[in-house]
Design a protein around this ligand. Structure first.
Ligand code: ADP
Ligand code: MG
Length: 383
């Protein structure tokens, strides 16, 4: 059993205070950042996320009365719900842990009392939702002595989010949170579900990977995201392939598409899959700094071909490069959210100052820099 850290001890104490008895353990699952492979997931392609040191912790004790009781230090109120309930009868944040418990019930897992705590910003594209599901999942399985392989737990967590929260998310977030290992990124083939760990430890190479919340809103994403998916499906249909993943001859495919918009979308998806493979090759060769150019190429493709970037992201990436960073790109669906920047650590302050100054000169809301980004261990018991 790991030695509890002060933070875990505080969560256990908060649990005892809230529920009148000590928890049986504390479990934790991380948030994630996708290093490269953007919008490739729904084209049956490749993604390369890694787990952050930030995550969601759950202190829990077993129950055998068919109920799950959840409270969060980041939300108001306690929610108690039957494991047998139907999707939709629990609304808001509690739908994530309750939905997880309901999906796991099919595997013979029972209920629990859960207290949730997190150091991960919510709704910032760092996947606090998957971290919450995965921390809940491993807590419940451990408490009831049920062993479910981690890759399967990731799929069950995705189902919890799809069916019980109503968010049609892919498998990347839960896979990254469940399956990542420290010092690695996780190569995930979204067609086969196969994963492998790829060495990624920028700090050991004198590099820093910064995650920068551009503070630009996400509001347009819904419609634009659905539109991009539809465009990809249409292009795949015209090209007679199951998914854009299967396009092997790019010039040939582009020549068969009359619509310039579809041509741009195909160009991005096909080249982005290659960029993931090239990134994996460089990382396996120990050439971490060299992936900067691929991050930049990904950014330009997302900006110019896929047309999902936003002004604040473009300025952050441009300024980072001007200040000497190795590369960077927008991450996530687009139209708001975060960018990542890879820089030699000795230039990190200069890069940060340059981005801050560029935002200030435009009177934009200052960006938020996340510095704790060392690729970390996936979901695990911590106390
Ligand atoms: P992201 O996964 O990018 O952070 P989502 O919108 O998918 O954004 O998930 C965020 C939601 O997850 C929150 O609105 C909340 O319902 C739930 N959530 C995440 N962390 C917590 C927490 N610590 N306590 C309660 N709910 C949480
Ligand atoms: Mg999420």
């Amino acid at each position: 059993m790991p030695t509890p850290s002060p933070a875990h001890a505080a969560l256990a104490a908060a649990f005892a205070e809230a529920f009148g008895h000590a928890p049986e353990g504390v479990w934790r699952a991380p948030g994630r950042v996708n290093l490269i492979g953007e919008h490739t997931d729904y084209n049956d392609g490749l993604v390369l996320p890694f787990a952050l040191p930030l995550g969601v912790s759950v202190a829990a004790s077993r129950r055998d009365d068919g109920l799950v009781e959840v409270r969060s230090l980041q939300a108001d109120g306690t929610v108690t719900a039957p494991l047998s309930g139907a999707p939709g009868d629990v609304k808001g944040w509690a739908a994530y842990p309750v939905g997880m418990a309901r999906v796991l019930r099919e595997r013979g897992v029972g209920g629990a009392t859960l207290l949730i705590d997190s150091d991960l910003p919510q709704g910032a594209g760092l996947s606090s939702s998957a971290a919450l599901e995965c921390a809940t999942a491993i807590a419940l399985c451990d408490l009831h002595g049920v062993e479910v392989p981690a890759a399967e737990l990731a799929r069950l967590a995705q189902r919890a989010e799809n069916e019980h929260v109503g968010v049609p998310s892919g498998i990347m977030d839960q896979s990254a949170s469940m399956l990542s290992t420290a010092g690695s990124a996780l190569l995930l083939d979204c067609r086969t579900g196969l994963t492998s760990n790829v060495p990624f430890a920028p700090q050991d190479a004198g590099l820093t990977l910064m995650v920068i919340d551009t503070r630009a809103s996400h509001e347009l994403t819904g419609g634009e995201y659905a539109q991009r998916r539809a465009e990809c499906e249409k292009a795949a249909e015209i090209l007679g392939v199951p998914a854009l993943r299967d396009v092997k001859d790019l010039p040939g495919a582009l020549a068969r598409l009359d619509d310039p918009v579809l041509r741009r979308r195909v160009q991005h998806i096909v080249t982005e899959n290659h960029r993931v493979e090239a990134t994996v090759g460089l990382l396996r060769a120990g050439a971490v700094a060299e992936i900067g150019g691929l991050l930049l190429a990904s950014h330009m493709s997302l900006r110019d071909q896929y047309e999902v970037s936003w002004t604040e992201a473009n300025v952050a990436v441009d300024e980072a490069v001007r200040a000497g960073a190795r590369g960077g790109r927008m991450v996530g669906g687009g139209f708001g959210g975060s960018v990542i920047v890879l820089t030699h650590t000795e230039r990190a302050d200069r890069v940060r100052d340059a981005i801050d100054a560029a935002y200030a000169a435009r009177s934009w809301t200052p960006p938020v820099f996340l510095t704790e980004t060392a690729p970390s261990q996936g979901a695990r018991r911590i106390a």
